[in-house]
Ligand binder design. Structure first.
Ligand code: ADE
Length: 249
């Protein structure tokens, strides 16, 4: 639900998400809230009660838009659909993270509500919103980009969306560890060589090296994540030995 549907369809219609839509793995409908206004001038916002700067999006077009979407879903499913989760993008929400993406990827239907101007009439939020979500502690001009970020992160977890099954299997944030460094040809570039172990063909050694790199990289770049990672006792001891070493990754 947005006032700028083409922003969503243009951006998400390309690349991996676009391909997934073509293959019918996911469906995306950007619905224009303005289409549901009963105002003869097609207005969707008004001045805030109590005064103050900026305009506020009115409840009526948003709630009617929501009802129309629910009816569409019921028609598609051929029965009265369970209420879908309605995610309102706002800097006041819970901060989005990978676990939330995994949980939301289990849902059959999701509705994203993108706000603009100074905000949305609180009554619309009370009536339809189930989740308030922020993508980070900064303020953007609207909820479209945050919604697209969430849609991208959630969609790539839907089976079949990524064609290389492995690429969703080990990646940044898996088990709260960052991904290990990757290299491709040539073996030497600007005097920098690919780590020898990766050329060895020794799979166990490569696995061990990658695991070490993941741990060291997380320690260096995201120590907050490392405290939640599951490390074996051996790995913890090994890590302790690094504690006083000043290293650069
Ligand atoms: N709308 C404006 N800023 C936002 C943010 N950081 N996250 C989600 N929605 C927003």
């Amino acid at each position: 639900m947005t006032l700028f549907p083409e922003m969503i369809t243009n951006a998400l219609g390309t690349s991996i998400i676009g391909r997934a839509m073509e293959h019918g793995l996911i469906g995306l409908h950007a619905v224009n809230i303005r289409d549901y206004t009963l105002d003869k001038h097609k207005r969707v916002d008004d001045y805030p009660y109590g005064g103050g700067a900026g305009m506020v999006m009115q409840a009526q077009p948003i709630c009617d838009c929501y009802q129309a979407i629910r009816e569409e879903i019921s028609k598609k499913q051929g029965r009265k659909a369970r209420s879908p989760r309605v995610i309102y993008l706002t800097p006041q929400g819970q901060v989005f993270h990978q676990k939330m993406a995994e949980e939301l990827a289990q849902e059959e239907e999701l509705i994203f509500l993108c706000g603009h101007y100074e905000g949305i009439d609180e009554r619309a939020l009370e009536l339809i919103v189930t989740d308030h979500v922020s993508i980070g502690d900064y303020v953007l001009t609207g909820g479209e980009m945050p919604a697209m970020i969430m849609i991208d992160a959630i969609s790539r977890l839907v089976p079949g969306v990524l064609n290389n099954k492995e690429s969703a299997e080990f990646e940044s944030f898996q088990d709260n560890l960052l991904e290990y460094p990757q290299y491709t040809r040539p073996e030497e570039y600007e005097g920098k060589r690919v780590p020898e172990v990766l050329l060895s063909g020794h799979h166990a050694k490569i696995e061990a090296w990658r695991r070490e790199q993941s741990i060291l990289r997380t320690k260096e770049r995201r120590p907050d994540l490392l405290s939640q990672a599951k490390l074996s006792e051996k790995e913890q001891e090994w890590l302790k030995r690094w504690e006083d070493v000043d290293f650069v990754l």
